[in-house]
Design a protein around this ligand. Structure first.
Ligand SMILES: [Zn+2]
Length: 569
């Protein structure tokens, strides 16, 4: 037992160097806790001792109290459940921060509600200011928006709500957006504009624009939007970035998240995160993927990997590519056509040879390749790329982000090729109302969100929320992992693919650290690792499933420092 071994060393130390025991006494000692450690050698404990930013010892309260001296701060957890801090396995950190400032449409129930929110926001907008929102989903509306194309409304009500300010409202999936007439005008788009490769300007049967732009067509609207953003002086841009970063960090800490895996930032953003981390301004630990650079920028990857900077607050050792779109917007690239869109197999958003080049760059620079793949065709193609590029290399920990719908024949290949399935359990229950419509029952049953089959095959899994696509709160995601049931309607999605309670907790801690080559630093409460801990009001290992959703984060500790404390009820 590792912990006993550690204690034995300290006992020896205390016995043999009686004059300097103080130097090894913990700064902080949590006692009277109900710890799940995620360390299979020592799964449960009642106390954890911390020295500096690391865990000193994990074990029984009576043993650990012997390590304390008069300077040790002792915190009584009063029997509360505690575990390693949550690690978000796939989210968009800056996007999360921005979403906290922009219109948050995640909980909107109708198109009228959305246009009403925009009208309200316009009242305080400056002339020419772009209005940004995110999170709408036409499948979640409880009333009809009037005439639709593929379920999408036309932009008219939105354009009426904001005739002078351009508006861009991102779909919940992040793979489509709705623009108003002003934004369409600034982008120079008319009904004659043709679809870009890998994207679609959604129109009705007469060619009239709906205002919806899918996949690569989003770039047409984003061009004037980014130009407006980039026109601001650099100091203003940096201030806005820092504000979003700190908002995202605060939101994470309130949700018990101590580390966040960012699924794609550009070089400028990576430089800002690094600078903030090294200045001690990043309150949580960030592990980032560099967004796929343009071909001429590939040599910039030579600056990476950057590992453990700012005292383990910033790492970039991965590269992110997008290979297809999302299922909700028919963007997932499938082997056979959609059930509810005959003849259509989705969208391949990045040419295969580009992904191959990115894979080669990852080999060259020692980076993890992380490819967004949702449909079974996209997943198969990525597995083929890994098979070719990594034939002789083991333990590369390349990842498929989402790995959402996989042909059953390809499931064993994750383990065989050493590819991590980086999944988001919460998407399963969020998407449940439309997956069978899109894929048909058989494909949905055998290959959609098939985390049980993936785990049983021996492959590694990561878990997360894709925030701000979903709320960053890990608890609904853990609930989805172990129930595959929607909390609101009770709708269940092929429950034979559930995780066990312990698997779910591991997926959010030690498995996510493994997916980032960080399992020696974090992910379990083990002596020597970083002292990142979350304390909760419910025992997530043993409470009734519904109680997972009622749990509250009581404390969040990063590197032995209390970074969030719930207000007393
Ligand atoms: Zn994502």
């Amino acid at each position: 037992m590792k912990h006993l071994y550690t204690l034995a060393i300290f006992a020896l130390f205390l016995g043999s160097c009686a004059e300097t025991p103080k130097s090894k006494a913990p700064d902080l000692l949590f006692v009277n806790g109900n710890f799940f450690t995620a360390d299979s050698l020592n799964p449960q404990a009642t106390a954890v001792a911390i020295l500096g930013d690391r865990i000193l010892a994990v074990g029984k309260e009576e043993d650990l109290k012997k390590l304390a001296d008069k300077n040790t701060q002792i915190i009584d957890l009063q029997g509360a459940f505690a575990m390693p801090g949550f690690i978000e396995g796939h989210g968009h950190f800056n996007g999360l921060g921005m979403s906290l400032q922009n219109l948050n449409l995640i909980n909107t129930k109708s198109w009228a509600e959305i246009t009403g929110m925009v009208a309200e926001k316009i009242k305080s907008a400056k002339p020419g200011e772009w209005i940004e929102g995110r999170g709408w989903h036409q499948e979640k509306w409880s009333e009809s928006p009037g005439a639709t194309v593929n379920g999408y409304p036309f932009h008219y009500d939105l354009s009426a709500a904001s005739p002078n300010n351009p508006v861009v409202l991102y779909h919940a999936s992040g793979h489509g957006l709705m623009a108003n007439a002003k934004a369409i005008e600034l982008a120079g788009i008319s009904s004659e504009t043709s679809d870009p490769i890998g994207g679609r300007i959604v129109r009705d049967s007469r060619g009239k624009l709906t205002g919806v732009f899918e996949e690569n067509a989003m770039g047409l609207i984003e061009k004037p939007f980014l130009a407006w953003k980039n026109l601001r002086p650099e100091a203003e841009q940096i201030a806005a970035f820092e504000k979003a970063t700190l908002l995202a960090a605060k939101e994470c800490l309130a949700n018990g998240i101590t580390s966040f895996q960012d699924a794609g930032s550009n070089f400028w953003e990576l430089d800002q995160y690094r600078r903030m981390a090294e200045a001690g301004q990043l309150p949580i630990r960030l592990w980032a993927m560099a967004s796929q650079p343009a071909a001429h920028d590939l040599p910039k990857l030579a600056k990476y990997p950057q590992i453990g900077l700012g005292n383990q607050h910033f790492t970039c050792r991965a590269l992110k590519c997008y290979f297809d779109g999302a299922l909700g917007s028919y963007g997932a690239w499938l082997l056979a056509p959609y059930d509810d869109k005959p003849g259509f197999v989705g969208q391949n958003t990045t040419p295969l040879d580009t992904v191959v080049r990115m894979a080669q760059a990852c080999s060259e620079y020692g980076l993890q390749l992380c490819v967004h793949a949702i449909g079974d065709r996209a997943n198969r193609e990525v597995l083929n790329v890994v098979e070719k590029e990594m034939a002789t290399k083991k333990d590369h920990r390349w990842r498929i982000e989402h790995a959402q719908h996989i042909d059953p024949q390809d499931i064993p290949r994750f383990e065989q090729l050493g590819v991590i399935a980086s999944m988001q359990a919460i998407h399963c229950t969020s998407d449940a109302p439309f997956v069978v419509k899109r894929l048909g029952a058989e494909r949905a049953r055998t290959g959609a969100y098939a985390w049980r089959s993936i785990l049983d095959s021996g492959a590694h899994l990561a878990n997360g929320t894709d925030a701000p696509v979903e709320a960053v709160d890990p608890l609904p995601c853990l609930y989805a992992s172990v129930t595959r049931r929607r909390a609101d309607t009770g709708l269940e999605f092929f429950t034979e693919q559930k995780m066990t309670r312990e698997e779910a907790l591991r997926s959010y801690t030690i498995w996510n650290s493994w997916a980032a080559f960080e399992e020696k630093e974090k992910g379990s409460l083990t002596p020597g690792k970083l002292a990142d801990i979350v304390v909760l009001s419910k025992d997530l290992l043993r409470c009734a499933p519904e109680e997972i959703l009622q749990a509250r984060v009581l404390k969040t500790v990063v590197g032995g420092k209390l970074k969030y404390q719930a207000e007393k009820k």
